[in-house]
Each structure stands twice: as C-alpha cells, then as structure tokens.
Write a protein that binds this ligand. Structure first.
Ligand code: NAD
Length: 481
C-alpha cells in the first residue's frame, strides 16, 4: 500500500514475517523538501525485539549451514532484484531523505554492486594449514561470528544498511538491523530484495524503534555476538561501552571533520572545483565530507574565488525536481546545527563569501556556504558540520597545516592537493586518517576498506577487510593417531 505521495507503508521484518509491531506505536516520517508527513514508521516493543533475537538465533544456524555457493547465488539474486528496482528505491529515498533523484538512484545501484562484491569475496574466506609434527594437523579456520546487531543512520539510506547486511550475510552471520526511523522505507525496500530472493527466515531482521531502547536490549542479549554501528561519535562511545560491559566486539564507523590541504604547488582552481563537488554532495551530510579547507596563503584568494563560483552553481531544490544538484538537509536538527555553526563563526569575525542562510521556502534548505576569516576557536573548525558549510583557512607552512589537520580527535578522511609526489607521500604519511585521497576527493568503493582512526572509530567496511569483524578465527590442533 502506498500513500498519496507514492510513499510505501513501512513495516518491520522479523523472523521471516513483515509486521507492524506489538503495540501499534509509530513515529511520523517527514519529507525534508516539504516538511510534510508522508508516512508512519512502526516502533518495536521488547516482545518484537525478542522475536527478532529468537529469529536471528535460528536464522544463523540455517544460514551458516547453507553451502557457500548457494549463499553466494542467493545474494547475487538479491543484488539483481535491487538493480531492477533501483529507480523505485531511489524515488523512495529522495522522498524520505531529500537527496537528488540521480544521487539516490545511483546509491541504490552502487549498493547492489557492494553486495555482489562481498558475495564473491565470501567464497575466499580461507583458513590455513600450519606445518606441525607428523600425525598432527594444525589448522586455522574462519567461521561466522554469529547473530549481529547493527544500527545505521539516515544519510545513506541504502548504503548504510547494505554495508552491514552484505558483510554479515556474506560471512554467514544472521543480522538484526535497526535502520533509521527517518529513512525506513529504503531499508525495507532493500530487505524486500533479500526476502524475494529466498533468504531463510531469521537470517535478516529489520526493526525500528526508540534507538536507545533497541540498542540497550539487543546489545545486552547473549544472542548477539557483534555490535556494528554507523553514526555520531557520542552515540558510538555509548554503544561501544555497552558492548564492553558484556565483552562483545564492536565495529564503529563514526564521524569525521576531514581536512583538505591545498599545498603551494597545487592548481588552486582545479583543487577548488574538485573539493567543492565533494563538499556539496548529499548536502555535506557525509562522514568523509571535506570540511576544513587549509589553503596555502599564496593560493587562498584564487581557491576561494573558484570555490564560491562552484557553490553558486549548485542548484538547490526538491530532489525530485529536474536539474536539482543539492537537496535539503535531511532533518530539522541538521538545519538548526548548520545555522548555529554559521552564526557562531560570524559572531567571532568570519566573513560569509556566499550562502550563509536558510532558503526562504518550506523544507530544510540551506544555501551552499563559503566562509573565510574563520577564527581558530570557531565551533565550525572543531565540530563536524555535517552540512553544506566550507570554512577556508590560509596557512604559510605545511607542517603547521598538518598540525592543524591532526589537532582534532577525529581521524576519518583527509585530502591533499599537490603536484609533487614527494609532498603527496609526506601528506599520506603524516595525516592521521583512515581514508586518504590525493588530488581529488575519492568516494568509497566496494573493493577497498573504509574506516577511521582516533575517535572516528575502529574496524573497516568494504574490501576484504570488511569480513574481519564478522568472522572468528579458530585454531584447531588434530592429533591423527
Ligand atoms: P545522533 O547522534 O542523535 O544519531 C546518529 C544515529 O545514531 C541516528 O541514526 C540515531 O538513530 C542513532 N542513535 C542515536 N542514539 C542511539 C542509541 N542510543 N542507540 C542506537 N542508535 C542510536 O545524531 P543525528 O542528529 O541523527 O546526526 C547528527 C550527527 O551524527 C552528525 O553531526 C554526524 O556527526 C553524525 N552522523 C554520522 C554519520 C556517519 O556516517 N558516520 C551518519 C549520520 C550522522
């Protein structure tokens, strides 16, 4: 069933059944481009969560014991369904999250590719035989860790859930995923592809609810064996601490505040165009979004002029409208946060070179914004903006810029622009980050790992490293005689 807006009715998927949840409690889903409620998301009760836990325990045994070739074939079938449905998934995503339709549809297609990549990689989760004494077989095996509890946010409504679902299922784990209550229909559409491909009941469960209640219950349960979270640093610390209480491993993909260092020998206009394109993608609501622009003082005016030009060329509007290149912020909290960060910077002496304001219309729209003269103590230079704000700060000495870049507790992404291979290597060695790009702002790809250092978290998603958290290692010594 769909609403007037063409937005589907949202249900949870627990132990092989689509359901509304025990008490019928719901929360509204808002289209951020219009501020209108477009649907309702069901909220799980403790009983619903207990059914999901029991389902995941059973689903784990069924899925783990499914031959790997069959698992791979089924996951490829789910990926094919998602590719077929990508236009519809993209439309739902734009309605509930706001990003332009082309970005949303592209995300749906990309995550189908992520699933295919992991499905194939799972066939190579090899153990090894270790030379030992005659008559003794010493081996190392890698086995699925067990049922996973995963929590994902709203900025990539398909990408967030798929990273966790694909890693868990490919490793042979079952999973209970609590997707964002703000973007639930995209997650449900993804789950629908696995269900229609024939996944055994319980292998994949989708719930929504009060985030703190759901995470407390699922983390404390002895059924779950891995906690996987994507979101903010403060929530990540809470969940990691709760997992630590019961000695459960966790995978933490947290926020960042990515520095971009534009060295004296870089082409400032090219650097500005490439950095601006990454800055305004998904309205800046990306954990790896470039967010502190440290530019050599000789280049700073040319860089700023080109960056302002690129910001003013961004077409802000409803993601469903033709020609839109940046949608609204995904929720009112983000709008208020970017308004607060801008006002704080300006009150401390920053100059708004373009933007700086909410657009005068319904929806959580904020103009692409470039700020200069931002003092070092402005909140914007310390707090992850997670929005379309670009503070540009000049530097004279590269080591000074590196010290500034590394000064924050974050360590997710970092970017450098230089014509010199030696300077590039220096940046790559010195920048404290898990994801580095030189002379562009590279996005994530299925075949390479993403993840942070310092307070940006631990563990990696993507690439062969993605399976590490989802597999345990067993040493087996077998005396044959
Ligand atoms: P938030 O910290 O309230 O929530 C972040 C996510 O965690 C949401 O999906 C939320 O539902 C979930 N969450 C919150 N409390 C939880 C709990 N106790 N148990 C389980 N899940 C819980 O922030 P927000 O307003 O939704 O987003 C703002 C900030 O979050 C941004 O500034 C950014 O730093 C961070 N964020 C990071 C990413 C990322 O990809 N790393 C994605 C989205 C948001």
């Amino acid at each position: 069933m769909t609403s007037d807006h063409g937005y589907p009715a949202v249900r949870m998927y627990i132990a092989g059944e689509w359901c509304q949840g025990g008490t019928g409690r719901t929360a509204p889903i808002v289209n951020p481009a219009t501020e209108e409620a477009i649907g309702e998301v069901p909220l799980a009760t403790t009983d619903d969560l207990d059914r999901a836990l029991a389902g995941a325990a059973e689903g784990f045994r069924a899925w783990r014991d499914t031959p790997v070739a069959r698992r791979t074939a089924l996951l490829h079938a789910a990926a094919d369904l998602l590719t077929e449905r990508s236009a519809e998934v993209g439309r739902i995503m734009t309605l509930e999250q706001g990003k332009p339709l082309a970005e949303a549809t592209g995300e749906a297609r990309r995550v189908a590719d992520t699933l295919r990549w992991h499905a194939d990689d799972a066939r190579r989760a090899y153990g090894r035989i270790i030379p030992s004494a005659p008559g003794t077989l010493l081996s190392v095996r890698r086995e699925p860790i067990g049922p996973v509890a995963a929590f994902v946010p709203w900025n990539f409504p398909a990408g967030g859930p798929m990273r966790k679902i694909s890693s868990a299922l490919c490793a042979g784990c079952s999973i209970i995923i609590k997707a964002s209550e703000e973007t639930p229909a995209t997650a449900a559409a993804l789950v629908g592809c696995f269900v229609d491909a024939g996944l055994p009941a319980g292998a994949l469960n989708l719930v929504f609810g009060e985030p703190a209640e759901v995470s407390a219950h699922l983390i404390a349960s002895p059924v779950t064996r891995l906690i996987a979270f994507t979101g903010s640093v403060p929530v990540g610390k809470l969940l990691a601490a709760a997992a630590g209480e019961v000695m459960k491993p966790s995978l933490m993909e947290l926020g960042g505040h990515a520095p971009v260092i534009v060295c004296a020998d870089a082409d400032p206009a090219r650097a500005a165009r490439r950095a601006a394109q990454a800055k305004f993608a998904n309205a800046g609501q990306v954990c790896t979004s470039p967010s502190r622009f440290l530019v050599h003082e000789r280049l700073v005016e040319d860089f700023t002029a080109e960056f302002v030009k690129a910001a003013e060329a961004v077409v802000v509007g409803d993601g469903l409208a033709e020609g839109t290149t940046m949608g609204p912020l995904a929720n009112e909290r983000r709008l208020q946060a970017v308004q607060r960060l801008t006002a704080d910077a300006v009150s401390r002496g920053a100059t708004v070179r373009t933007g700086g304001e909410r657009l005068d219309r319904a929806g959580y729209f904020f103009a692409p914004t470039v700020l200069t003269d931002v003092p070092a103590d402005a909140d914007l230079l310390h707090e992850e903006p997670f929005g379309p704000l670009a503070p540009i700060v000049p530097f004279g000495d590269l080591d000074e810029a590196l010290t500034t870049a590394n000064a924050l507790p974050y360590g997710l992404a970092a970017y450098g622009f230089t014509e010199s291979a030696a300077t590039a290597e220096h940046l790559v060695r010195e920048l404290e980050a898990g994801i580095l790009s030189v002379n562009h702002c590279g996005g994530s790809v299925s075949e390479a790992p993403s993840g942070g250092v310092k307070e940006s978290g631990y563990g990696r998603e993507g690439g062969p490293e993605a399976l590490d958290a989802y597999l345990i290692t067993k040493r087996v010594s077998h005396l044959l005689a």
